[in-house]
Unconditional design. Structure first.
Lengths: 141, 488
């Protein structure tokens, strides 16, 4: 089961969240859910665009950071807002990610939120806690 | 967490100036100084004390690590942070500039009074909302190819004026003329270009805004300075713009934080916080970042310039007069997230320092050679944005700021409540209604974004302004009252 919750007291000027998942893939998707919901209400967005993402990192915390940063990049470069994503991860000598993100170019009917500037490493933490992967992430707004 | 929750010794060295000595944290090279009234200091989050003392540990820092009264927790540096580094032996840090490189404020005057504008306010705000796109991922009305965007990032406002998006006299009323030399587009990533190329002339979201304001007679505090800056009171209408380098600058910062994390190992630099990742200023990595950062800074000046052009077009269309005849000159444009090489006097010797201002504004005083000729006798205008409910201030720099704070002062009111907490306290639609009852016309892309920016989420800007005035690092010129606001 993946989940996320927004944290009130960590980032006064920005947005912080905690994401949880039983596997690395679930954590990547839970964190993406939080980021996607910060940018716009995903229930108002149709999957009319899909973009492929391939990433490589030396460790899992860096992979999560790159994954979220890639979504922030696509938000501006396409530009697009997102409704959902899927992802698979392979760990070899490095961590390899193949993902897809779906969404749409910005339309009047989309319920927009905050324009995320960046994923930060302030209080950034990724840990395997018992049976779960847990991440704390602060987004610059 | 507040002042009483910090373990550090914080002692008042002069009225409203507080010092944390180097003995309070291992590795501090200079004391930290916080400018704050006792009330502001008491309410400051404890992150400020940790962060400003972390900054005091950075290599090559000069005199003090400083935090202004609008200070609050940031990434690496606190917001409101000022620090200057020896350019030969010191560092440069993206954490001392912020992700939104050259986020800044611009103020534009008009000859119009509110009596003339009020009947057309709704139409005017609708036109401005159309001309200046705001919100998540919006594209600007300007279409540039990559070559043009590279020229824009190299030449800043000069590119805009050459391409019909400004008047020749605009440049002298912009910090650094809106064109910082040394911008090197070869140091900018393809990703940064792709993020920013469509966003020139856009506001963004968060705390960015375009606001129509009025200058009342009773809230002019220094009439000579106000008149020099083109403000005459009598409910004169002015326009304030708060935005930065958009996705382009955000990507430059993201790219180089990664570069600097690796460079720190190479140069054996250790910092107290990952977001203080840095490199020696004169190292290849430091110089590459500086060249790319200046591109983003120039693009932010250009962004505010294109927005100015659109504002002039909107006013011209609604009032059926040319922008020139409406007197729509720029009052000033200041950066409040930037690092620049500036000469300052340290222990009686002139030195070129890498001055980082993050949520802090340059505030050069009367007679300073870098203040433009029309204002040199008075000092540099300082534009401070308050919350959209409470108003903003125009201040002027002082000689004391130059000698005491590397020519720096506050930038705004500073948050006290998180975005999530603000949204729980008020709905965007209710806030919009409340502001409209006060006579403020609101155009917002996102109602949740509007709620996040409610006045209750910010310090009282007047307390902050009074503090910097008592400290002598800026003087009040006029308070500006909002009558219309556009938010992303």
């Amino acid at each position: 089961m993946r989940s996320h919750r927004f944290l009130e007291d960590i980032a006064i000027a920005d947005t912080a969240f905690e994401a949880r998942g039983e596997t690395p893939e679930e954590l990547l998707l839970a964190a993406a859910d939080a980021l996607i919901a910060t940018i716009a209400d995903p229930t108002t967005i149709q999957p009319n665009l899909e973009r492929d993402i391939q990433l490589s990192a030396s460790d899992f915390p860096e992979l999560l950071f790159l994954w979220l940063s890639e979504l922030v990049f696509l938000k501006d470069a396409e530009p697009m807002v997102f409704c959902d994503a899927d992802v698979s991860v392979r760990k070899d000598t490095s961590w390899e990610l193949t993902g897809h993100v779906r969404g749409d170019s910005i339309q009047d009917e989309h319920l927009l939120g905050s324009d995320v500037k960046a994923v930060t490493k302030h209080m950034y933490n990724v840990a395997h806690d018992g049976n779960e992967w847990v991440a704390q992430v602060v987004l610059d707004i | 967490m507040k002042l009483q929750q910090t373990h550090m010794k914080v002692q008042e060295v002069s009225r409203d100036v507080w010092e944390i000595p180097v003995s309070e944290k291992d590795g501090m090279l200079v004391p930290a100084r916080i400018y704050a009234s006792p009330k502001i200091l008491e309410e400051m989050d404890s992150g400020v004390f940790e962060q400003v003392t972390n900054v005091a540990c950075l290599h090559g820092i000069q005199q003090y690590a400083i935090c202004m009264p609008d200070g609050h927790w940031g990434y690496g540096f606190p917001i409101g942070g000022v620090a200057a580094f020896d350019q030969h032996h010191g560092i440069i840090s993206p954490g001392g500039i912020g992700f939104d490189i050259n986020c800044g404020m611009r103020l534009i005057r008009t000859n119009l009074t509110y009596d003339e504008v009020q009947p057309k306010m709704e139409r005017l705000m609708t036109e401005l909302f159309h001309q200046v796109p705001a919100g998540v991922g919006t594209k600007g009305l300007l279409r540039l190819n990559e070559s043009e965007f590279k020229h824009l990032m190299r030449d800043g406002v000069d590119w805009c004026i050459a391409n019909g998006y400004g008047w020749p006299q605009d440049r002298e009323r912009i910090e650094e003329g809106g064109h910082l030399a040394g911008a090197d587009s070869s140091k900018v990533s393809e990703k940064a270009i792709k993020r920013g190329i469509h966003q020139v002339g856009t506001l963004g979201s968060g705390n960015h805004y375009l606001e129509v304001q009025i200058v009342t007679d009773e809230r002019i505090f220094d009439r000579r300075a106000a008149e020099t800056f083109g403000l005459f009171g009598e409910n004169q209408v002015v326009i304030m713009v708060h935005c930065g380098s958009r996705g382009f600058g955000h990507q430059v910062a993201t790219d180089f934080l990664g570069v600097f994390e690796k460079a720190m190992k190479k140069y054996d630099l250790r910092v107290k916080d990952r977001q203080l990742a840095c490199a020696p200023f004169k190292s290849p990595e430091g110089q590459d970042y500086f060249g790319a950062m200046l591109c983003a800074a120039n693009s932010a000046f250009a962004n505010r310039q294109v927005i100015t052009h659109r504002i002039r077009e909107a006013f011209s269309s609604i009032f059926q007069k040319s922008a020139e005849s409406l007197g729509m000159e720029i009052v000033y444009d200041v950066a409040h997230n930037i690092a620049k090489v500036e000469p300052h006097t340290i222990n009686g010797k002139r030195k070129d320092l890498v001055v980082h201002r993050k949520g802090a504004t340059r505030a050069f005083g009367p007679g300073h050679p870098d203040v433009c000729a029309p204002y040199r006798e008075i000092g540099q205008p300082v534009i401070c944005g308050g919350s959209m409910e409470t108003g903003s201030y125009l201040l002027v720099g002082t000689e004391k700021a130059v000698t005491e704070t590397f020519g720096s002062t506050m930038h705004g009111s500073g948050r006290t409540m998180s975005r999530t907490a603000a949204k729980k306290k008020i709905r965007g639609a209710d806030l919009k209604r409340r502001m409209e009852e006060k006579g403020i016309v609101i155009k917002a892309v996102s109602m949740s974004g509007l709620a996040e920016e409610a006045g209750m989420a910010y310090k009282d800007i007047s307390d902050v302004v009074e503090t910097v005035e008592r400290c002598g690092i800026t003087k009040k010129v006029a308070e500006l009252r909002p009558v219309g606001n556009i938010k992303g």
